[in-house]
Design a protein around this ligand. Sequence first.
Ligand SMILES: NC(=O)c1ccc[n+]([C@@H]2O[C@H](COP(=O)([O-])OP(=O)(O)OC[C@H]3O[C@@H](n4cnc5c(N)ncnc54)[C@H](O)[C@@H]3O)[C@@H](O)[C@H]2O)c1
Length: 311
Amino acid sequence: MSKVLVTGGAGFIGSCMVGKLIERGDQVTVIDNLSSGRKENINPKAEFIQGDLKDKEFVLENIKNFDWVYHLAANPDVRLGEQDKRVHIQENIIVTHNILEAMRLNKLDKIVFTSTSAVYGEAREIPTPEDYGPLITISLYAASKLAAESIIYSYSEFGIRSWVLRLANIIGGRSDHGVIPDFVKKLEKNPEELEVLGDGKQTKSYLHVDDCTDAMLFATENAGDKINIFNIGSPDTVTVKEIAELVIERKSPGASIRYTGGKQGWRGDVTKFLLSIEKLKKLGWVPQSTSRDSVIKTIEQILAKNENKQI
Ligand SMILES: NC(=O)c1ccc[n+]([C@@H]2O[C@H](COP(=O)([O-])OP(=O)(O)OC[C@H]3O[C@@H](n4cnc5c(N)ncnc54)[C@H](O)[C@@H]3O)[C@@H](O)[C@H]2O)c1
């Protein structure tokens, strides 16, 4: 049994991660400020500390006596960076540095960090392996994650080992942001027509959160270098048009699609990506689902949730 801290454990991926760790028999503490996380996501078997990780004193006081720190707290809203140029710097870079400093001062030595496929920018090599470069980001969100990675690597000089996991688009019934919840909400408002941002040809890789959290545990249990960097994603892609059609089929059969046009859905949108998952596969991880499987499972879970059924 390990003592594990999960920052952002009231959020979408964080709360699912907490469930997996508790299932494994770990003693879990969650720190979250509930800015986008929800109280009802917090696992009753976890200890919960409400607080803001931007507050250095709070972080130093509370991040002690853990075997592992799973750092998932972040502002993951890529689009927000268009209006607010500081939010990702504060929430993703400064917060990560606060945590690393507290770890160093309180002598904790293992951090797991959720980075993103967006650090590769508009990669020329697809599927994109972990050693691809140069990493030219196209959003402040991606830049903040890349900067946070870099600070984490530097802290290995102070004895902190890291598992940096670059996630594809992670989806699941508990998520309330991203393309599928957006499409469902839009069709609830207007069941006749679905507005799709961009031209629908954006081609991306999606992975269900159950597979993502399995892969995260697998990486921490099977890699033990000072710095461990892994892509986590599905072996394939789907287009936004296909997702729109799958949501329509289940939610509002017969609805038409209206594309807003342009290649990108929004500024900073990486329109085409597929992560190479060979590095994790070589260690023995077997992806359980395709992008399409993950999309279908998520649509069904969101629709069931909206009908107040259990996920
Ligand atoms: N969802 C995806 O597709 C995806 C893809 C790649 C990487 N990631 C990364 O995975 C992590 C989890 O993402 P998610 O989709 O579950 O997001 P989420 O918004 O559901 O979860 C983030 C959590 O962090 C908390 N939080 C934010 N700022 C905080 C602060 N200053 N102090 C304390 N708590 C704070 C929020 O309240 C929330 O509960 C993030 O680091 C994100 O960047 C997500």
